[in-house]
Design a protein around this ligand. Structure first.
Ligand code: PLP
Length: 332
């Protein structure tokens, strides 16, 4: 089964009502009851996170930068006016959700994908303009293989200068609504152009794809859009920026246009970043019905090097000098 359809047997769960979160528990990952009038089903009060745990060769189970996911989930909850779980509760729930399924965590290079989810469950279709007074917070987990076990293939992106995946301020919120907004343009890009993803560039300004941040490597510069509320502040994005900075790359976090991007292409590499695939090389861009190669259209050498370094830190094959990795089980 592909990414997203294979789950462990248990999840961490807490319910918010009467102004407080109940003590979280670990329970079987089975269906739960929502009334048809639940806030989330009508008014999209939902946000989520995605992070990974790794079982290293030494038996230790490690989380990668999970405190950053906690911060981002809280920021998303705030933007959606959902009850905000405190950091300690989220910290405990993530660890418990992983430790509870210890025997189901695969060995490297596989990992355990963790999906914290927060939804508004108030039973009230009259609450369109009100915060949901009730919520569920649950953390499900999913064993995942090496994303590129079948080999890495450079992606083809459609440059879309018309559609938006979100709004100028909601783009930084990890919410289903942004995915819903992007869906029809992603499907059209696939059907009409054979594109793998859409690179959203409203009014010619390059942003990101539907689910990943976008980077260009040119000479010894790493170029990506700056965080301004319109794009998701990716944790993989930030990790790549720190790695590149540490290696003497010039970091250019700025706004840039499709015209600039197209001019850079012959001497550039490009890639996408996100937790699931880590780094995916981009081989071609489709613009005004023309297919343009990024560099020679193959996987970039520096792109691959960044991917190898980041996965080496995540899997314990390279010194973690950034302090990104946290062991959560007892040391044996
Ligand atoms: C989750 C996500 C990313 C990647 O964030 P990571 O923290 O690196 O996984 C990028 N863009 C969008 C729209 C996302 O939802």
């Amino acid at each position: 089964m592909g990414f997203g359809q294979n789950f462990t047997s248990l999840m961490a769960f807490s319910r918010y009502s009467d102004g407080q979160w109940q003590t979280p528990d670990i329970r079987p990952l089975t269906d739960f009851n929502l009334t048809p009038a639940s806030h989330v089903l009508h008014y999209a009060s939902t946000c989520f996170e995605g992070l990974k745990a790794y079982r290293w060769a030494d038996g230790g189970i490690r989380l990668f930068r999970y405190r950053d996911n906690i911060k981002r989930l809280r920021a998303s909850a705030k933007a959606l006016c959902l009850p905000m779980p405190d950091e300690t509760m989220l910290d405990d729930m993530i660890k418990q959700a992983v430790l509870a399924v210890d025997s189901e965590i695969p060995a490297l290079p596989k990992s355990l994908y963790i999906r914290p989810t927060l939804i508004g469950t108030e039973d009230n279709i009259g609450a369109a303009g009100k915060a949901s007074k009730e919520a569920f917070l649950y953390i499900m987990t999913s064993p995942v293989g090496d994303y590129f076990s079948g080999g890495i293939r450079p992606l083809k992106l459609l440059i879309d200068e018309v559609n938006m995946r979100s709004t100028p301020t909601f783009g930084q919120v990890k919410t289903g609504g942004n995915y819903a907004a992007a869906l029809s343009s992603v499907i059209r890009a696939r059907e009409q152009y054979g594109a793998d993803q859409v690179l959203y560039c409203p009014q010619g300004n390059v942003q990101e794809t539907g689910a990943a941040n976008f980077f260009v490597l040119k000479d010894k510069s790493l170029i990506t859009k700056k965080l301004d509320g319109s794009i998701l502040p990716g944790i993989t994005r930030d990790s790549i920026i720190q790695l590149a900075h540490n290696q003497g790359y010039e970091i250019i976090e700025c706004d840039f246009t499709v015209t600039e991007l197209i001019n850079w292409l012959p001497q550039s590499e490009a890639f996408l970043s996100g937790t699931a695939a880590v780094i995916s090389p981009v081989g071609h861009l489709i613009h005004n019905n023309k297919t343009l190669a990024v560099g020679d259209g193959e996987i970039g050498r520096q792109t691959l090097a960044f991917r190898e370094q980041l996965t080496a830190i995540q899997q314990g094959n390279q010194v973690d000098k950034f302090d990104w990795v946290t062991q959560i089980n007892e040391r044996c």
